[in-house]
Write a protein that binds this ligand. Structure first.
Ligand code: P1T
Length: 380
């Protein structure tokens, strides 16, 4: 089955108890057992819940993988992957990444004596140079948040030594546009809050893998630590996934139009979008991705106050954190999503106070361009 068919059918069989066509929201914490040790495979909802299982099957199928564990947030999913790393071990990380991921690594995991090297992974040589005998995990975010840098997953996978794992945060591209496992990654990680849920009404996360022993450890962590999504949240992500293919095509089409519009303006100093021929890794994007996604960042020319003015003036682009919903959002990474990265580090990595990030929704592209044009013109 092709992607769209799997998104609608895998894990979505009619309910065995009632015939309900749509997977029910099994809003239960526990299950009545017929005798001690005798039950239908469900004993307690932290461990297993039928609605969550349906979502996990659907998500795994979108990468043609066998295993998925769903979590209460993207950060809970990330923490589950980092639990594969023990005290004294080392992680190589791309230097452009979601601020919350950086916060988890630097403020939580470093206290457990896990060490991190942040390198510009756009050059695989930097990855090779950062590997140590104690390196356990390579953490890749591609395209990265918020600078839309691309990392060559196959090239990084080729550097991996036995025993090392490669995890890709596939939140921006989604499984519709990019297949990290097929490119050589061991784990694919998602904030399902974003495109997979798709309607800005749920927080969730997931880890997908085809490695049985890795999957077992992630599942163990899911149950032992308990950062699981509730049945309603699992159901909302499941419903979102059924239209992922349609939505991603529109997100990408609109984002391309907006990136081209921004690139055509002389009051915009830089536009970051992998679908632009001028993007330094456009060729890699064409090779590694099936579409360029819905995220666009840009640097308006002028004083920092202009950035505030633009963010205030847009009407269709709401000023908000998060991304991947049907509605367009604008965000100021320095003060919002990446505020947890110390200013000096942040600026060194290119996330300056003048950067704006757009999550391009699936409204009409002409309306979105007109909204941005009015905000840019009005803020000059
Ligand atoms: O918010 P949560 O579901 O916990 O997901 C965390 C996360 C993980 N990975 C990436 C690439 C992300 O962008 C995020 C969350 N990002 C935002 C909230 C944001 O506005 O960038």
């Amino acid at each position: 089955m092709k992607f769209s068919t799997r998104a609608i059918h895998v894990g979505q069989e009619a309910d065995p108890a009632t015939g309900a066509t749509i997977v029910p929201i099994y809003q239960t914490s526990t299950y009545t057992q017929t005798a001690i040790g005798e039950h239908k495979g469900f004993d307690y909802s932290r461990t297993v819940n039928p609605t969550r299982v349906a979502l996990e099957k659907q998500l795994a199928s979108l990468e043609e993988a066998r295993f998925c564990s769903a979590f209460a947030s993207g950060m809970a999913a990330t923490a589950a992957v980092l639990n594969l790393v023990s005290a004294g071990e080392h992680v190589v990380v791309g230097d452009d990444l979601y601020g919350g991921t950086y916060r988890l690594f630097s403020k939580v995991l470093e206290r457990y004596n896990v060490t991190f090297s942040y390198v510009d992974m756009t050059d695989a040589e930097n990855v090779r140079a950062a590997l140590k005998p104690e390196t356990k995990l390579l953490w890749v975010e591609t395209p990265s948040n918020p600078l839309l840098k691309l990392i060559d997953v196959a090239a990084v996978a080729a550097l991996k030594q036995p025993g090392q794992l490669l995890a890709v945060d596939n939140t921006f591209a989604t499984s519709y546009f990019q297949s990290p496992l097929a490119l050589g990654a061991d784990l694919s990680v998602y904030s399902t809050t974003k495109y997979l849920g798709g309607h800005s009404d749920v927080v969730g996360g997931a880890v997908v893998t085809d490695d049985a022993s890795v999957a077992e450890r992630i599942k163990f962590h899911q149950n032992a630590v308990g950062g699981v999504p509730g049945p309603l949240d699992a159901w909302l992500v499941m419903r979102g996934l059924k239209t992922l293919a349609l939505r991603m095509r529109e997100h990408a089409r609109n984002a391309q139009a907006i990136a081209e519009f921004l690139a055509s303006r002389d009051d915009v100093a830089a536009v970051y979008y992998p679908g632009l021929a001028a993007h330094p890794q456009h060729e890699l994007a064409k090779r590694q991705m099936r579409g360029f996604g819905g995220m666009v960042s840009f640097l308006p020319r002028g004083p920092e106050s202009r950035v505030f003015e633009i963010a205030k003036r847009t009407k269709l682009f709401s000023l908000a954190e998060s991304l991947g919903g049907v509605e367009s959002l604008v965000c100021h990474p320095a003060r919002m999503t990446h505020g947890s990265i110390p200013k000096e580090d942040r600026e060194r990595r290119g996330v300056t106070d003048s950067l704006l990030r757009l999550s391009v929704g699936i409204e009409d592209a002409d309306d979105l361009v007109a909204d941005l044009r009015a905000a840019l013109d009005g803020s000059r």
